[in-house]
Design a protein around this ligand. Structure first.
Ligand SMILES: [Fe+2]
Ligand SMILES: [Fe+2]
Length: 264
């Protein structure tokens, strides 16, 4: 199967079966001979239980101090599952949007997409054990709102891998610790799995940021200029800044310091 054909089925499919379609024969089994013409951003279809909830129906993300209540852990895990689903939908779109990107970029992105499909399924399995199905809680369109600001692979790596995914280098261990503190070891273990994979996803972003960045700019300047307006660099970090994870992801000291110090 062609990468573009696989990505189109995921991006345009209006059911979990299509969104979670594995590449036949794995990513290595995909060909990339016909990447097609660029596809502009549009919101992927979500109907029935997957539909984005009206603003009035959405629930606030729980406070850290509320995690002793299972209901609040469910709400958090459900929100994280939706992040994975939005990420994989957007990754499928990026494969369609940037047919002229380097072959190594496209193949690397396809591999990250497969990881996000697995992450979504891991969250769903955890939720199922807690008696909840994905779609039982209202979901938002947070990641998608960056879509209109992404016009090229450099925008893409800055908005997705180096903002949404980079923030998870802080969020995943933070919520993992909260879950562990209240004795929910299964959820804590899941956050650790996500954290370890996310280091690789941010590494992918760092690699291509360095590849695309103009020589006269610092890495952080380039990054800041290509973030989406609604998710500026400060959104790439959480409550507890994990500098070591960022080093492991291949980000350099100057970038890490500039991110740590940035506001707003
Ligand atoms: Fe993920
Ligand atoms: Fe990821």
């Amino acid at each position: 199967m062609e990468i573009s054909e696989w990505a189109l089925r995921i991006f345009s499919g209006d059911c979990l079966e299509e969104k979670l379609l594995p590449p036949p024969g794995g990513v290595k089994g995909l060909s990339d001979e016909r990447p097609g013409s660029p596809v502009s951003w549009k919101r992927p279809p979500r109907s029935g239980r997957l539909a984005i909830a009206a603003k009035a129906e959405r629930k606030k993300f729980p406070r850290p101090s509320a995690m002793d209540r299972e209901e609040m852990r469910v709400r958090s895990l459900h929100a994280f599952a939706n992040h994975e689903l939005m990420a994989l939908e957007m990754m499928a779109w990026a494969l369609l949007a940037f047919p002229e990107a380097e072959r190594a970029f496209r193949r690397g992105l396809a591999q990250v997409l497969v990881d996000e499909q697995r992450h979504f399924q891991l969250y769903c399995q955890r939720l199922n054990k807690m008696g909840v199905q994905f779609g039982d809680e209202p979901v938002n369109d947070h990641f998608w709102r960056a879509g209109p600001d992404i016009s090229n692979p450099l925008d893409w790596v800055c908005c997705m891998h180096l903002t949404f995914e980079q923030s998870n280098l802080d969020h995943a261990p933070f919520y993992g610790r909260l879950f562990r503190e209240v004795g929910d070891m299964d959820s804590a273990g899941l956050m650790q799995t996500i954290f370890e994979d996310e280091i690789h996803h941010v590494r992918f972003g760092a690699r291509w940021l360095k590849h695309y960045q103009p020589a006269e700019k610092t890495l952080f300047e380039t990054y800041s200029e290509h973030c989406s307006l609604i998710n500026p660099p400060a959104r790439a970090k959480g409550f507890e800044f994990q500098a070591e994870a960022r080093v492991a992801a291949g980000l350099d000291e100057d970038f890490i310091k500039a991110l740590r110090d940035c506001r707003g």
